[in-house]
Design a protein around this ligand. Structure first.
Ligand SMILES: *Cc1c(COP(=O)(O)O)cnc(C)c1O
Length: 358
């Protein structure tokens, strides 16, 4: 079976060394040594200020809304993973969808302002498949209208914008370190916060609001990362350069082999951004064609993924809005297998089926 992704597992002896360390100390969670070490190393590697590790990316979003006091309506994208919307609804917020740009697949910045009302408090865009949004214009619109910006940057590990980390944009950006993501901690995530005071508050919020053993100063939740997760992250961080290099080769080989196929379209990448090669989406002319090709791939043991599908405005617990481009693209987009250990022979199989049936 060739899946859309395959979790990268580091050298087991290296992981065991960390596990031995955890056993020796007896400290397995609650802001342990490895969590602190991983936070420091990630801040340095990514070139960012305050990074706070949490147990998953969805909780990172929820904590972000809470700490910034977001209320009422939130402008967001319908073309993202379900957690971008479900986290809002879970926190009692109302998603208001702005359609996407057909070429970049990110929120269409030209359409944001017409959606802003007196109830709007925040903009939550996603850097879709690691492709950076127009962060400068979103910043301008947010400042002009007195709105917060929280980026769902779940796909953006290691992505730079104008030579610095894209995670530095927005009041808060969040990352996901789920096993399916390019850099993972089994389950995990992080908040990246430019403001030191807000970062301090988040450190308490993710631990039930404890300021010290006997003092609770905030409404909190349990969103702590544990030491076994951090150990996985520390191992991955040693290998991430290689992982990205391998993915880059796979990505470029797909482009090279599929670009002559005029029935297919690829995502346009923001020229100010670097890439991390997390995903390889292709856009078909129609849903029928997508299903035809998907079925041929499945018959050959290849499991691509309809990502993102459905468009989030179609979820049963939100108010639908007219977002024609997102509705349309979500029916015609498929993510092809891309992962560190994908061998050329398997990739050739994927390519030949696509070129034969499209
Ligand atoms: C994976 C993902 C999330 C959720 O992260 P988890 O760590 O799985 O909770 C949120 N948003 C996007 C865009 C994602 O891809």
């Amino acid at each position: 079976m060739i899946n859309v992704t395959k979790t990268y597992l580091p050298d087991i002896d290296k992981y065991k060394d960390y596990v031995n360390k955890i056993y020796d100390s007896g400290w397995i969670t609650n802001n342990g040594e490895l969590v602190r070490e991983l936070e420091k190393r990630l801040e340095k590697y990514l070139g960012i200020g305050n990074l706070i590790l949490v147990s998953n990316g969805t909780l990172a979003l929820q904590v972000a809304y809470k700490v910034l006091g977001i209320s009422g309506d939130v402008i967001t994208t319908p073309f993202s993973f379900v957690a971008t919307t479900s986290s809002l609804v879970w926190e009692g917020l109302r998603p208001r969808y702005v359609d996407i740009d057909e070429s970049t697949l990110n929120i269409d910045v030209d359409k944001i302002e017409e959606k802003i009302s007196k109830d709007t408090s925040c903009i939550v865009p996603t850097h879709v498949f690691g492709n950076g949004c127009d962060v400068d214009r979103i910043k301008y619109i947010a400042e002009k209208n007195n709105l917060k910006v929280i980026y769902d940057a779940a796909h953006c590990f290691g992505v730079n914008y104008n030579g610095e980390s894209i995670l530095n944009y927005g009041d808060i950006s969040i990352l996901s370190f789920h096993a399916t993501k390019i850099f993972h901690t089994i389950e995990g995530g992080a908040l990246i916060i430019n403001n030191d005071e807000i970062a301090e508050k988040v450190r308490k919020m993710i631990n039930f609001g404890f300021a010290s053993h006997e003092k609770i100063t905030e409404l909190g939740i349990n969103a702590k990362m544990n030491e076994f997760q951090a150990a996985m992250g520390l191992c991955l961080l040693d290998d991430i350069g290689n992982i990205m290099d391998n993915r880059k080769k796979i990505y470029e080989y797909y482009i090279e082999s599929l670009k002559e196929n005029k029935s297919l379209r690829f995502q346009d990448i923001n020229k100010k951004c670097t890439m991390n090669y997390s995903y390889f989406p292709i856009i078909f002319k129609s849903e029928e064609e997508l299903i035809r090709v998907r079925d041929r791939l499945l018959e050959n043991g290849i499991m691509p993924r309809r990502y993102f599908y459905p468009s989030l405005n179609k979820l049963p617990y939100v108010q639908d809005e007219q977002v024609n481009i997102s509705d349309d693209i979500s029916l015609r987009i498929l993510c092809l297998p891309i992962y560190n250990s994908l061998v050329k022979q398997d990739q050739d199989k994927v390519i030949s089926i696509i070129n034969k049936y499209v």
